[in-house]
Design a protein around this ligand. Structure first.
Ligand code: ZN
Length: 315
């Protein structure tokens, strides 16, 4: 079986033909013109898609098209309600539009759920039936798989794992509340804390590292703490504590077999994961005597969204 998986972001739309073993056969992409209407942009992407299918193999039999995109969606009707990075797409009947142009059934879900599905079926989560995925980026996205099925709550509006409050009246979150996990465990939060610590510690190596990197990003604290900088180690420790406490909450609620981390911060790999594993072990994985929860880095990289979107079709 073959399907198309589409990953819509704020600056580009990426697509791929994927087979039902999770293999990407061909990729295509288009930059989004934010000043154009959603309808025009989707039509333009359909042109890209049609050309790519013909270039790859015009006799291929496609089962359908899956889409992952950020924002609030009516997934049953295939309508974009609001998408913060693509305001001109609000109200767009995206599934109907693509289905009509391509003559194929179209399925849509939010980007975090779709990436989770990809990792669960064909990535780091493929050996497990119960998993939590957390994407540590600008925000914290997440997805839940229970007994091999994506769980996203009533009207698909649940699984907002980034907006669990871990500190009442804490840091302000993008959602309007305070103290959310996202406000402590996202790359944005790590950078905020890094800058604060740098202001306090003019002698910290973090100043040199940020000059080497040309900016203050999440890598600054990892690199400086690897080199033994005390201020960076303090930032790291706080970050690990918050990230781990959040994960412990998910362990207690869902008792997954594995937690898969993705996003730029997760790419630090075992340097970060070992510290989180140590914390989880010291806190008995949530409850005394409860089973160990594996911690892994997502393995599909930038393809997880496209592969996961294709899974919407296969399932
Ligand atoms: Zn929030």
């Amino acid at each position: 079986m073959f399907a198309i998986g589409i990953d819509i972001g704020g600056t580009s739309i990426k697509g791929a033909i994927v087979n039902d073993t999770g293999k990407v056969l061909t990729r295509f992409a288009m930059d989004v013109n934010k000043n154009a209407s959603g309808e025009d942009e989707v039509n333009r992407f359909c042109d890209v898609m049609i050309k790519s299918i013909n270039d790859y193999d015009n006799s291929i039999k496609l089962e359908g098209i899956g889409i992952g995109m950020p924002g609030i969606l009516d997934m049953d009707k295939g309508v974009v309600i609001t998408s913060p990075n693509l305001p001109k797409w609000n109200g767009l009947h995206i599934s109907k539009l693509i289905s009509k142009r391509m003559g194929l059934p179209v399925y849509i879900n939010n980007d975090a759920n779709v990436a989770t599905l990809g990792e669960a079926r064909f990535g780091s989560g493929k050996e497990y039936s119960n998993l939590i995925m957390l994407t540590l980026g600008t925000g914290v996205g997440g997805g839940i798989i229970i007994d091999n099925k994506l769980y996203d709550g009533n009207k698909h509006m649940g699984a907002e794992l980034g907006h669990m409050v871990i500190r009442v009246n804490g840091e302000k979150c993008g959602c309007g509340r305070r103290g959310c996990f996202e406000a402590y465990a996202s790359a944005t939060a790590l950078i905020r804390d890094t800058k604060k610590e740098m202001d306090k510690c003019p002698d910290s190596l973090m100043h040199d590292v940020s000059k080497e990197l040309g900016k203050i990003n999440a890598k600054v604290v990892f690199e400086a703490s690897r080199r033994g900088d005390k201020a960076a180690i303090r930032v790291m420790k706080r970050y690990v504590n918050y990230l781990s406490e959040g994960i412990l909450n998910y362990c207690n609620i869902f008792r997954p077999e594995v937690v898969v981390l993705s996003g730029g911060v997760a790419n630090e790999g075992d340097y970060l994961l070992d510290q989180v594993r140590h914390y989880l072990k010291n806190h008995k994985y949530g409850m005394k005597g409860s089973p160990k929860v594996e911690l892994k880095v997502a393995s599909l990289g930038y393809d997880s969204g496209k592969i996961g979107a294709a899974c919407l079709v296969f399932e």
